[in-house]
Design a protein around this ligand. Sequence first.
Ligand code: B1M
Length: 216
Amino acid sequence: MEQTLKEIAEAVIKGKAPIVENLVRSCLDQGVNPIEIMDKGLIAGMSVVGGKFKADEMYLPEVMIAARAMNAGLAVLDPVLGSHDAASKGKIILATVNGDLHDVGKNMVSMMFRGAGYKVVDLGVNVPEEKIVQAIRDEKPDVLALSALLTMTLPNLKTALEALEKAGLRKSVIAMVGGAPVTQKFADDIGADGYALDAASAVERAAELRAGRRSS
Ligand code: B1M
């Protein structure tokens, strides 16, 4: 099975979406844990892509195609990881902030929350703060999770929280932030309620924060 996981990683790197889909399906059919498929197959592949992009060994179009292949694999895992009774645990709004088009990590966070029984309202990428404010007003979620992948879009996490404050909605929702350049210190500095390093810990942290709020 290790070999198939390596082949998944390889197919992500080469941007072969149909191959990724087939291999992920075949792993699931053989009973491989979906988290293992995600970690050792899809994420392993995307990490190599990240390294090559940084080293100028891969260029934007190839990276885009690799991300598409990764998302195709995630879509196969989605019904398995997100198969619990939605809305039983709470509601979460998810968005990649204004100016930022990266959605692979956000999609993983979405899947993990759905898998944990949350109803997820995914606002997508490049989401302006007004849209976030409107969604909080309309959907009244328990948690807001914002993702940013670029140093350039980090300040937009703060802008979104400030917009909520201005609208008088900041205290109505637990606001969490994440994404590769985000740190706990940054989250504290901008007044977010929580930070998570990855998708799995985002779910754990949300549960902790909600429990803390209930008991206070
Ligand atoms: Co972009 N890109 N990219 N890119 N890209 C990075 C982020 C970069 C680090 C690459 C590099 O230089 N090494 C770099 C940013 C540098 C910086 O600012 N510090 C970069 C750049 C520069 C750019 C452009 C500016 C390039 C250009 O145009 N010259 C451009 C910007 C476009 C824009 O957004 N406006 C750009 C474009 C793109 C593509 C469109 C080609 C593509 C995105 C396609 C897509 O997402 N559909 C892309 C990709 C794929 C990457 C890399 C290679 C991979 C990102 C990814 O999918 N990682 C990335 C390099 C890298 O990260 N090593 C890079 C896999 C994913 C599973 O991880 O998203 O970190 P991640 O999510 C994790 C955690 O961060 C966390 O959980 C996830 C999984 O456990 N998490 C959260 C994420 N969100 C969370 C929210 C939470 C909690 C946890 O809420 C509570």
